[in-house]
Design a protein around this ligand. Structure first.
Ligand SMILES: *Cc1c(COP(=O)(O)O)cnc(C)c1O
Ligand SMILES: [Zn+2]
Length: 376
């Protein structure tokens, strides 16, 4: 399959194992499938019900563990009616399984025997698990201090786990150094991943009776779910299934919010420095696809919102005490919702990752707010 550069337009083949363009920019897939969306309706739930829309040569034998097909629940939380899509009910506990299934299916098709990936945890757990299912050897680099629930998943899947001191960017640098020798199964550089996450858009349209919500608020790190969703809705618009794209909104932790600063034209990525946040899944200071993701957000009439740590904790407590046991990162969009235009009637939020990956932290943070301590 053909890959094209997002900046200079040069193209190359995906069997060349190039993970970015010679000019340094990310590559997109030159893949514009034509399908009859209505025909998917009668099939088994899961991302492979959309197989004609997915970029593999032989979709009859994918690497699948039953990803996708997540519930959409309407709930009133913090005074606002929201559509919550329960992505944490996925084989490895996060939406990353949508992307991993497509990416690892393609890697197996290409005859790849070994991959490397860097991750704050969930992408690593997902890639490691799908590699286990595919019989592909796998090495995952994570920042020191990653939640034990995530590192346990990586090791249990039989992957080699490497802890890198010095934070998320140091981990990414270490992976890039190895990526010329080993297939880089990156959830933000490799465009096949985004064609897996685009199924999030397809499911929303099906679950809402053929129409997208008016707005969707994402926890925004590298943008693999936000941008995949953009690709999905753009395909549906090109095919005439929907008329307008929903506003795509990125929610970031104020302590680490490169997109928020870029959106307001304040900094370049080189000059951006970040503080710490409990939202470990979006502790990303140098998003690889910043340019194209900001363009997508603007095209849809979306925006980027930053929230502080107390607001994230308050939102987390509101979610867990409403029955949604999620990790702190997944509470960031709910914290952002109160800063949005209340004219939007249907606002959807992906609950991206489960609380079981770091149950003590979630309980401690949520208890501090709701006061449900056992000591009284
Ligand atoms: C990866 C992840 C995100 C952010 O996804 P990006 O692709 O980096 O924007 C959000 N929440 C959870 C739970 C994640 O694992
Ligand atoms: Zn280029």
């Amino acid at each position: 399959m053909n890959l094209v550069c997002t900046e200079c337009g040069e193209s190359c083949n995906d069997s060349s194992s190039a993970w970015r363009c010679r000019c340094g920019a990310p590559l997109d897939l030159d893949f514009h499938p034509i399908y009859d969306f209505g025909c998917f309706a009668g099939r088994e739930p899961g991302i492979w019900r959309y197989r004609e829309a997915l970029p593999v040569e032989d979709p009859s034998a994918p690497v699948t563990l039953g990803e996708g097909g997540t519930p959409l629940i309407e709930s009133k939380i913090l005074g606002r009616r929201l559509l919550l899509k329960l992505e944490y009910i996925s084989p490895t506990g996060s939406f990353k399984d949508r992307g991993a299934s497509v990416l690892i299916s393609r890697a197996r098709e290409l005859g790849i025997e070994r991959v490397i990936e860097d991750s704050s945890g969930n992408a690593g757990a997902s890639i490691a698990t799908y590699c286990a299912a595919a019989g592909i050897a796998c090495e995952i680099l994570v920042p020191e201090g990653t939640s034990p629930g995530k590192t346990a998943q990586i090791e249990a899947a039989g992957a080699k786990l490497v802890r890198i001191p010095g934070g998320r960017e140091a981990t990414a640098d270490a992976a890039r150094k190895r990526a010329d020798k080993v297939f880089y199964a990156s959830h933000y550089w490799n465009p096949f991943f985004f064609h897996g996450t685009k199924t999030f858009a397809f499911e929303l349209v099906e679950q809402l009776g053929g129409r997208p919500p008016e707005a969707i608020v994402f926890p925004l790190g590298h943008g693999s779910l936000l941008y995949g969703t953009y690709i999905g809705f753009s395909e549906l618009k090109r095919l005439g299934v929907i008329n307008t794209l929903p506003a795509l909104i990125g929610a970031q932790a104020a302590a680490c919010s490169p997109f928020h600063h870029l959106h307001r034209g304040e900094v370049t990525l080189d000059s951006f420095t970040a503080g710490d946040t409990i939202a470990e899944g979006i502790r990303v200071t140098k998003p690889a696809r910043a340019g194209q993701i900001l363009r997508a957000i603007k095209e849809t009439g979306g925006l980027v919102v930053a929230v502080d740590e107390e607001e994230i904790i308050e939102a987390l407590a509101a979610l867990t005490s409403s029955g949604f046991f999620v990790e702190p990162t997944s509470a960031v969009p709910l914290a952002a919702v109160k800063k949005l235009d209340s004219a939007w009637e249907s606002v959807a939020i992906p609950l991206t990752g489960g609380g079981l990956k770091a149950p003590e932290i979630v309980a401690r943070l949520a208890k501090g707010i709701t006061g449900n301590s056992n000591c009284g």
